[in-house]
Design a protein around this ligand. Structure first.
Ligand SMILES: [Fe+2]
Length: 156
């Protein structure tokens, strides 16, 4: 049975908001990772990589806001503390000292992790009949898989 925000049981809302907070945290940490690489990447492909990392952090900055505001639409609390985000994130920070190919590999890994987290969020939303959150999570997961492909293509 489908459910909208106004009719979801409290337990269902809690489970969905928890999954969304996980998605927000990993999206936010990856936003910073992409800006870090945008600043520090070097090599013959500097121009395209500088631009691609910018596309990623701009996309993720908007997405973390959309995901957090979905939590608010569901009546939950959007966790906005960086320390808590880092604690729970399966994507790690990076010191920014790495070759271009190592940065690409690290960002592919972050995008794969995010795609899995968003797919998991979609599954939890589906379990509770929340098709509207499910749709948002699926759409975000697809964006992360596309970025993973765009990045992987540089590695040959
Ligand atoms: Fe810039």
């Amino acid at each position: 049975m489908t459910q909208t925000a106004a009719h979801l049981a409290p337990g269902a809302k809690d489970a969905i908001c928890e999954a969304l907070n996980q998605s927000v945290a990993e999206t936010a940490i990856t936003t910073m990772l992409a800006q870090n690489f945008h600043w520090n990447v070097t090599g013959m492909a500097f121009g395209p990589l500088h631009d691609l990392f910018q596309k990623i952090y701009e996309d993720h900055f908007t997405a973390q806001d959309d995901l957090a505001e979905r939590i608010k639409a569901l009546g939950g609390h959007a966790e906005g503390q960086l320390a808590r985000m880092l604690d729970r994130s399966k994507v790690s920070e990076h010191d920014g000292h790495a070759s271009d190919t190592d940065m690409i590999a690290a960002m592919v890994s972050a995008q794969d992790t995010l795609a899995a987290t968003l797919a998991g969020t979609a599954a939890i939303a589906e379990e509770h009949g929340d098709l509207l959150t499910q749709d948002m999570a699926i759409a975000r997961g697809q964006v992360h898989e596309k970025f993973a492909w765009l990045l992987r293509a540089h590695l040959g």
